[in-house]
Design a protein around this ligand. Structure first.
Ligand SMILES: *[C@@H]1O[C@H](CO)[C@@H](O)[C@H](O)[C@H]1NC(C)=O
Ligand SMILES: *[C@@H]1O[C@H](CO)[C@@H](O)[C@H](O)[C@H]1NC(C)=O
Ligand SMILES: *[C@@H]1O[C@H](CO)[C@@H](O)[C@H](O)[C@H]1NC(C)=O
Ligand SMILES: *[C@@H]1O[C@H](CO)[C@@H](O)[C@H](O)[C@H]1NC(C)=O
Ligand SMILES: *[C@@H]1O[C@H](CO)[C@@H](O)[C@H](O)[C@H]1NC(C)=O
Length: 492
């Protein structure tokens, strides 16, 4: 039943129209109609004139599109049929739409597309079939769409694509296949997409990236492969993609990466690898890659980093290797060459010690996080000469002492977090406590109290720091510990 939910608002507008606007529609622009709430199967009864160029139908009731739904509409250029409950489309529905440039069928309940449905749309540039329930597609479905530039098949239930499906789509620039059930892509699937700029494959179940699949995609700038089950990538898989600037590989099942995988990806500015069970990185992974600004390797199984792996990333500003409990050691020159680095995140790993020269040369470094490791001590001159350093996070380690000059000569230093370390209250800690006292403005309130093992100063632990720096919580010893709040933040 056709109910007039939306009426042509003003009489003046109505008079401006070259045709009487159907009651369920709004006809604000010449040659265009926007209708909602009707029955999909009875579209023809709306009485839309055949000479419209734009039709937008949404929130239509459950049903199937019929052969005569758009008959005679030979000048229609844009047809939007989103957010309805279309379950099926009769084979001849679009046969008169020879001028169509955009067809949008997003967010319906379409499970199947009849063969030859799109064969008359040789001018089609954009096709939206996303958010339906498509389980398969006929291999000739897109055969005639030689002008197609954008194809959206995302969020369906496609588990398989025929190898010839895209053969005639030589003008395709954007292909979105994300959110399907794809486990493999057949060889030759992307053999003719020389103009493809963006390929979206995230959130599928792909298990590998085979050699040759991407080899013809010379114009590809963006490739999204995150949230799959990829275990293996063929060596050299990205080598032909000289224009690639955006690559996501995070949240896969990668344990290893082939050597030199990004050696020729000189134009990469965005790369994600996090949340892969990486066991090891190859010695050679990146070529000169000055445009990459951030790299996060969190939640891996790395035990260490190869000494030279990051050397070519001269433009890197943020590097994170975190949430990797097996990471127990880093080579001294792991970060050598990262002259632009500002943020180094190494928290939530299994680091027990650090090489003394680990941070040498990182002149722009502003923040270092080392919290939640197993550090027992810090190398004496770890932070020496880091004149840009503003914040250091050292809480939740096994630190018992720090040298009095651990943070000396750091003009920008504004905050040091030290909580949850088993500070040993002996003479060794004295110079550091003296340094703390000389740099007041300490705010420990936000931090919990910490325990100090009072091995050598069990009777008068707070003497060193009585100048308001340390504060007895209860004034008592509890078991072998004395508990008091400690200056945890240092503001200078
Ligand atoms: C479209 O067809 C209607 C009659 O159905 C006519 O009045 C109108 O002038 C036509 N518009 C154009 C642009 O040809
Ligand atoms: C719809 O059109 C197709 C092809 O044009 C034709 O095969 C089919 O029989 C038509 N269906 C109906 C119900 O007319
Ligand atoms: C696709 O995957 C979803 C969830 O991962 C599942 O519910 C659905 O049954 C799958 N469909 C097919 C056709 O395999
Ligand atoms: C690399 O990126 C730059 C800047 O975005 C661009 O001008 C250049 O053409 C790209 N190189 C290739 C091989 O695509
Ligand atoms: C890993 O890092 C990325 C990028 O910063 C972030 O989006 C993601 O949530 C992180 N994952 C975990 C488990 O913290």
């Amino acid at each position: 039943m056709l109910r007039s939910t939306l009426l042509c608002a003003a009489l003046g507008l109505l008079r401006a129209q070259p045709f009487p606007c159907p009651p369920a529609c709004k006809c604000v622009f010449r040659d265009a109609a926007q209708c909602s709430g009707g029955d999909v199967a009875r579209l023809a009864e709306l009485g839309l004139p055949a000479n419209l160029t734009h039709i937008l139908l949404f929130r239509m009731g459950h049903g199937a599109l019929q052969n005569h739904s758009f008959s005679g509409m030979t000048v229609l250029q844009r047809l939007m049929l989103s957010d309805s409950h279309i379950v099926a489309i009769a084979p001849g529905t679009f046969h008169d739409l020879i001028k169509l440039k955009t067809l949008r069928l997003s967010r319906n309940k379409i499970t199947h597309l009849p063969a030859a449905l799109l064969d008359k749309m040789v001018l089609l540039e954009q096709l939206f079939l996303d958010r339906n329930e498509l389980k398969d597609i006929d291999q000739n479905m897109f055969q005639k769409l030689v002008n197609l530039q954008e194809l959206f098949l995302n969020q369906n239930q496609l588990a398989f694509l025929p190898a010839r499906l895209f053969t005639n789509l030589g003008n395709l620039k954007l292909l979105d296949l994300s959110g399907n059930n794809l486990t493999h892509l057949p060889q030759g699937l992307l053999g003719t997409q020389a103009k493809l700029e963006k390929l979206v494959l995230h959130s599928n179940q792909l298990v590998s990236l085979d050699a040759g699949l991407l080899s013809r995609l010379r114009a590809l700038k963006e490739l999204q492969l995150d949230r799959n089950h990829i275990r293996s990538i063929a060596p050299g898989a990205f080598d032909p993609l000289r224009s690639l600037s955006h690559l996501t590989l995070s949240r896969n099942h990668l344990e290893f990466l082939p050597s030199a995988l990004f050696l020729y990806s000189h134009n990469l500015t965005f790369l994600t690898l996090f949340e892969n069970p990486l066991e090891e990185l190859p010695e050679v992974l990146f070529g000169k890659l000055a445009g990459l600004r951030e790299l996060w390797l969190n939640r891996t199984r790395l035990r260490t980093l190869p000494a030279t792996a990051l050397r070519a990333l001269s433009g890197l500003r943020e590097f994170g290797l975190t949430l990797s409990p097996r990471l127990s050691a880093l080579p001294e020159d792991a970060f050598r060459g990262l002259a632009s680095l500002q943020v180094l995140a190494l928290h939530s790993n299994g680091l027990a010690a650090l090489p003394g020269a680990l941070l040498r040369g990182l002149d722009g470094l502003r923040r270092v996080s080392l919290r939640h490791n197993r550090l027992r001590a810090l190398p004496h001159a770890l932070f020496r000469h880091l004149r840009s350093l503003e914040r250091v996070e050292l809480e939740h380690n096994q630190l018992e002492a720090l040298a009095g000059d651990a943070f000396a000569d750091l003009p920008r230093l504004a905050e040091v977090l030290l909580g949850h370390n088993p500070w040993r209250c002996d003479c060794g800690l004295r110079p550091f406590l003296a340094w703390l006292r000389r740099h007041p403005g300490l705010v420990g309130r936000a931090e919990p109290p910490i325990s100090v093992f009072p091995r050598y100063c069990s009777t008068t632990p707070p003497v060193e720091v009585e100048a308001g720096v340390l504060l007895f919580m209860f004034g008592l010893h509890i078991g072998p510990f004395c508990i008091f709040s400690f200056p945890l933040r240092v503001f200078l």
